[in-house]
Write a protein that binds this ligand. Structure first.
Ligand code: PXG
Length: 452
């Protein structure tokens, strides 16, 4: 079918004209030839344009943690839009910003009680990197400018984020323009030592010692921060080995290096604690979030910072001057703040930030996922909290194809999953019931049986 015919058949099916939109992180031509459009959402389900109910196995994109269509959130946004649509965030404020920051500080780990608002995970990461540089400089330690990320890390798509990130596809085209002062730790995955681990693998804590090697190479006096996802999501659900994060923390402490946890997907209850920092009992110096901070109802991110970092930067500047030259037109946007306040009230009232631990959901999830060990094509299963990774054997000569076909097959059978490389990634809303977990897993099993 040529493009013109495609458009005619699309129009006949009530689909919009699609050529004008350049879709992000999408195989545009493939998508437009066989579109998947979502038009409604309630609770655990999307409604597709053809009227089918689709069970949401991904909480949108790791972000709708309280489930879809929360009336309190939409009402709060509508109220705020009528009351005051927008307020400038520089040298001006509005009460909801402070209310939202207070609610977030109340669930933050340790003394990370100061919050900086952004509009996305990528912006949170860029903000965190800049805060690290500003902090060291304010301390008179301005030679500390090197960042250490990790292979297979994902930290969004800003130039800062792709520089410290470790996904080759996101970097190769932009290779010549990445930040100059960056090095990387090795990733923590080993199929040989970890395949089919339940929760945290036993093997791999020693990989944190690679930080010692990088310190010896670059000298601590040049290193600003280490940034890692506590659980790497986008590159296929890589769960940290037991003891690994603790070891990173202690090496950072030894050398005065800041530790940044990128909790854009692990934040807000995904593991059964408010943040992965509390789940793993490791407190970073800076913690980046976005997505579920306001149930993804309005674009928003939040960076949590240790009080001492805020104090150092703010008191390091002369009184009456701007202390930190950074911020966004939409930092603390009133609609995002209204959604955040309403979302945090729901999380508290429904005890959602600890639900998957408290109600045994994570254990049920683990067992249901690992029941797939004899399903066709499966070469590894990984889980933690309410996250699951199903790694498939790649089809010879066609990496990624099998997982793509599994994704399409699941969607056809009414379940939304994500795939990255040859791994199916699962991260449903935290309100999921046991029967819905069964439905996701049995759909995946059935679909894997049907593909080559
Ligand atoms: N850090 C982490 C750890 C993320 O997972 C970002 C930063 C960037 O957030 P924004 O809001 O700028 O997109 C993310 C985003 C996937 C997938 O399929 C995950 C993300 C984005 C797109 C796809 O796993 N996470």
């Amino acid at each position: 079918m040529d493009q013109a015919e495609l458009h005619r058949s699309g129009a006949a099916a009530g689909l919009p004209e699609m050529e004008q939109l350049w879709m992000p992180f999408t195989a545009n031509r493939q998508f437009k030839a066989a579109p998947r459009l979502l038009v409604g959402a309630q609770g655990m389900y999307y409604r597709a344009h053809d009227g089918r109910q689709i069970l949401d196995g991904t909480a949108g994109l790791w972000c709708v943690n309280a489930g879809h269509g929360r009336a309190e959130i939409s009402a709060a946004i509508a109220r705020q839009a009528q009351e005051m649509d927008y307020a400038p965030p520089f040298q001006m404020g509005h009460p909801l910003q402070f209310e939202a920051a207070n609610l977030l500080a109340a669930i933050a780990p340790g003394d990370l009680k100061t919050v900086f608002f952004t509009n996305s995970g990528s912006e949170s990461v860029d903000s965190a990197l800049k805060i690290a540089l500003a902090y060291h400089r304010a301390r008179g330690d301005g030679t500390r400018t090197l960042f250490i990320g990790r292979e297979r890390g994902y930290h969004g798509v800003g130039f800062g984020g792709i520089s410290v990130g470790g996904m080759v596809a996101n970097r190769k085209v932009f290779r010549g323009s990445l930040l100059p002062n960056v090095d990387h730790l090795p990733h923590t995955y080993s199929a040989q030592h970890q395949a089919f681990s339940r929760g945290q693998p036993e093997w791999g804590a020693h990989l944190a010692d690679e930080l010692e090697r990088l310190v010896a190479l670059h000298d601590a006096s040049n290193i600003a921060a280490v940034i890692v996802e506590p659980v790497a999501g986008s590159t296929g659900v890589l769960v940290p080995p037991k003891g690994y994060l603790q070891r990173l923390r202690s090496i950072c402490d030894k050398y005065g290096i800041l530790l940044i946890f990128d909790e854009v997907i692990t934040g807000y209850g995904r593991l059964g604690a408010p943040f992965a920092a509390q789940y793993f009992n490791v407190t970073p110096d800076i913690l980046t979030t976005a997505k579920a901070v306001n149930n993804a109802a309005v674009p928003m991110g939040a960076v949590f910072v240790r009080n001492g970092i805020y104090d150092t930067v703010v008191h390091g500047a002369p009184e009456g001057t701007v202390e930190f030259f950074h911020g966004y037109t939409y930092s603390g946007h009133p609609l995002a703040m209204a959604a955040a306040v309403a979302t945090q009230h729901i999380y508290q009232r429904d005890k959602l930030l600890t639900r998957v631990a408290d109600e045994g959901i994570a254990t049920y999830w683990e067992n249901a996922l690992h029941d797939l060990s004899d399903a066709r094509h499966v070469q590894d299963l990984r889980n933690i909290g309410l996250i699951g990774g199903i790694e498939l054997q790649p089809r010879p000569g066609a990496p990624g194809k099998r997982a793509y076909e599994a994704f399409v097959g699941c969607y056809a059978r009414g379940v939304l999953v994500r795939y990255t490389g040859d791994t199916i990634a699962l991260s449903p809303p935290l309100i999921i019931e046991r029967g819905q977990i069964d439905q996701i897993m049995s759909t995946v099993r059935d679909v894997l049986r049907t593909i080559d």
